[in-house]
Design a protein around this ligand. Sequence first.
Ligand code: SF4
Length: 631
Amino acid sequence: MTYGYVGKAARIDLGERSVSIEEPSESVYKNYIGGRGFGAFYLFREVPPKSDPLGPDNELIFATSVITGIPIPGMSRFSVVSKSPLTGGYGEAEAGGFFGSELKAAGFDALIIKGASETPVYIWIQDGKIELRDASALWGKTTKEAQSEIRKDLDDPLVRVALIGPAGENLVRYACIINELRNANGRSGLGAVMGSKRLKAVAVRGHRKAEVKDPEKVMAISKWFAAHWKEFPGAVTRSTYGTADGLMALEISGLLPTRNFQGGSFSKAEDLSGETMKDTILIGNDGCYACPVRCKRKVAAHEPYETDPLYGGPEYEAIAAFGSLCEIGNLSAISKANELCNAYSLDVISTGNVIAFAMECYSKGILAQKDTDGLELSFGNVDAMLQLVDMIACRRGIGNLLADGVKRAAQKIGKGSSRFALHVKGQELPMHEPRGKAGVGLGYAVSPSGADHLQNMHDGAFIKPSKSVEPLAITEGVDPDSLDADKVRLFVYGQLWWGLLDCVDACKFIFIPHPAGVLGTNHLVELVNASTGWETSLWSLMKASERALNLTRCFNVREGFTSADDSLPERLFEELSFGAKKGSKLDREKFHAALRLYYDMIGWDPDTGIPKAAKLYELGIGWATQEIATA
Ligand code: SF4
């Protein structure tokens, strides 16, 4: 009898049309916990080196954790891991909603999917049974159409569906996976991997009750959350205004990415704020399994664009990517772009970036109307922005070029356009400006999946020492602009904590340091022990995170990545052109010194960035040394 986890993973070969069930050992659960940990473990061991990310050898791993689905806010999430068609390296993205908890209720901790079907299929999982079903009639349909057809086909409106739209089918390299039409495994192009396998959807439904070892303890933490979460200002403002609650603070401090990261201030920022959304197009809150915060938005815009509330509403990343980054100050248009991305299964961050990149190329004369199918791609052109989303999803006209991401597009366009391609390892930058949060820049550089704001600490939360991070041995405040040794140390600990949240698949909004989050590090340890009956500790869980991080690094080393890939776009070493932080830039020497120090602190060779054998043995994954030695 297992507590907390099911004890089963399903292997599905779409080429062979075979399904088998395996029971990972207890030590796999204890060493890898779930989510990122499971994904990195299986991906590194099973996907042959140099496999085509869009080929049948690549695996697509859906993973929950040992605490997914317990009735605690923030425990709704699941990870999807694969080799990324965008970066060519380790790819990963998490999503909330209800799919993760439902997958466990349906009887599985993880799905390991490989091969490629000759014809479109979807996977149907119900109470321990797995079936492959024909999806030919669903191919080409939007996520809303396909989800509706699947629920009709299965005669159950409560089936949870993770699926792709036309962008995934068309192998757009930053296509995402959507569940409930509004939650995305956004980054890394995982929707294109699904498309390459001709897998339209994974549908799950289950009635297995989560068995935990100490239900009273879990209930006590749940009750504590219900009684206290409104005392945490970050959770309250997020519930009231969504993730755009901090947009105006970024604007005021000069850190709102604008005009393709040329500056940090947008004259129409107020029109995009969470407050404006609440006063105009917001029609309700939405949320995830067992979470009363309900920070997600439901919007209905009518003028000048009609939007469908079933697709939710834009979060901060979408608002800034289609808004300030493209100099568009119209929430209705941004909501429409967000809706199109959810309907087509496009990552909003990368999509906004490629459009801003194209706009900058146009403004500099590198692209002209003859290259853009007649579109006038000026910053601020709402119609052009919306048309491009459509053209990218369908790979039509210039959309075909942009569907491969800014790195590849710039390589094809040439004429110095790579200067305007803001990416790390090929993945476009999220809406957080490193020229005022230097640790975020270091995080973008070393994230295994390329620039990702959810894989590391954000400097602003650590200006003053906070009681909530004392268990992580962080007792001093830091300067957001600094990249000194104290910042690197904070970054290392923060990165491992953030990484642990992806191993347990916990919502970061619930578990980031106060006052933004609610539950603390010690709560997480208590939850793991109460759920599983283990006697783990914060130290042991942080080691699991470090183990997973090292496997992601080993995966990238084996794929040929070097320390040169831990770099940042040139623009970040140039001065911000406008806004309150005008003139700020990252110092190149300090960045490189910090990178070297980071390697040293984390146990990687300071020259090459390759994990040292001693570190891998210390983490109990010495077997990985051989794999990377022959890389
Ligand atoms: S805080 Fe928001 S994203 Fe996190 S679990 Fe709750 S509703 Fe979902």
